[in-house]
Design a binder for this molecule. Structure first.
Ligand code: KG4
Ligand code: ZN
Length: 334
């Protein structure tokens, strides 16, 4: 079969990214332009600034990606783009660029759901084996998804309030750390010990998660100790928080693997960069003889290579779109 080269665009949040991916599994070249430094001073992503920066950078990033991959547009077979979910203004910029390329160069346009992208980041690492359970943990999502085949997504649980990355970022702010705080809390957690009495979040029979209670417990504890004139040991508080979060994520994921009689696990999304999660879930999978794939860190956080990988499989299922494709701030993964 002829090789298929997809040029993919991702702009759902604060990364402008373009990638060229061959046959859904090989990254030819990727450029990720992060706006993190700009948003850090505001303590979070400012949507208006994000979309303006995407506009300023998108054509430069497309050009740089083609140069990096040593490709020209005539070698590209299709254009893929994240249509949602995400920040609407940010999504629109990537979408407009993708539609323009598809129109000018007469290429098919493949719409990709952002979470499908995170899941398919795994196919850049290893061929995906089905059935599988995907644990998707990011700044916007915390989902356990059962997949019996490509593009068959059955969500069996998800967060009822904050996404896990969001909880990390909020706890980081209370601890006086910069945005995005997830990686910093992770780092501190490895320097401390689990000494604080924090609740296990939503420790029930369901596959759902709830992190807002745990987040509030950290905030209250921090305020109470400060009022009493006691010093918080941030490393220990980070370690205690991380242990509760990682513990429940791993517990419910393994429970799902058992109930759905699945041997293959993939972990996806920005929080899969978390060292505590990677260590514990790998250890427990080994104990249970489960296969586990976690992408390299560069494929965990937002990037267009994962969109190019997902698009290849979407295309095989006939998922192409006309040029009136619209951006969606929220949309069900299907
Ligand atoms: O997938 P992603 O890049 O963007 C979304 O689609 O949301 O995930 C970003 C989230 C942020 O909340 C960030 O704090 C979190 O992932 N994150 C981490 C780590 N690295 C990134 N959270 C905990 N530990 C980490 N090492
Ligand atoms: Zn993401």
């Amino acid at each position: 079969m002829k090789d298929m080269y997809i040029l993919a665009i991702e702009s759902s949040c604060d990364e402008t990214s373009v990638s060229i991916v061959r046959n859904g599994c090989e990254e030819i070249g990727t450029v990720v332009l992060s706006q993190m430094d700009t948003h850090a001073s505001f303590g979070g992503v400012v949507p208006e600034i994000a979309s303006r920066m995407h506009i300023e950078n998108i054509t430069l990033v497309i050009e740089e990606c083609l140069n990096k991959a040593d490709m020209t547009m005539d070698k590209i077979d299709a254009i893929a783009v994240t249509y949602g979910p995400g920040l609407i203004g940010s999504l629109l910029v990537g979408l407009q660029a993708a539609k323009t390329l598809a129109l000018i160069y007469n290429k098919p346009l493949i719409p990709v759901h952002h979470i499908a992208g995170h899941i398919y980041a795994n196919s850049l690492v290893e061929t995906m084996k089905f059935p599988l359970i995907a644990l998707v943990v990011s700044g916007g999502h915390t989902d356990i998804i059962y997949m019996k085949d490509h593009y068959s997504f059955e969500k069996i649980g998800g967060t009822l309030d904050d996404a896990v990355g969001e909880a990390y970022d909020k706890v980081a702010r209370v601890l006086g750390l910069n945005y995005p705080g997830g990686p910093l809390v992770d780092k501190l957690a490895h320097m401390g010990e689990d000494t604080y009495d924090l609740p296990i979040p939503l420790n029930d029979e369901s596959y759902n998660f709830s992190f807002s209670g745990l987040k509030s417990a950290v905030i209250n504890l921090s305020h109470n100790e400060t009022q009493r004139g006691n010093k918080i040991i941030v490393e220990n508080l980070a370690a205690s928080f991380q242990n509760r979060v990682v513990g429940i994520l791993v517990h419910k994921t393994i429970k799902a693997m058992k109930e759905y009689k699945v041997n293959n696990l993939i972990v996806a999304g920005g929080v899969s960069a978390n060292r505590g999660l990677r260590e514990l879930i790998t250890k427990v999978c080994k104990q249970n003889n489960y296969n586990i794939t976690i992408p390299e860190i560069k494929y965990c956080t937002d990037n267009a290579a994962m969109i190019g990988a997902a698009a290849y499989y979407a295309y095989q299922m006939g998922r192409v779109s006309s040029l009136d494709l619209s951006a969606k701030a929220s949309d069900k993964l299907q």
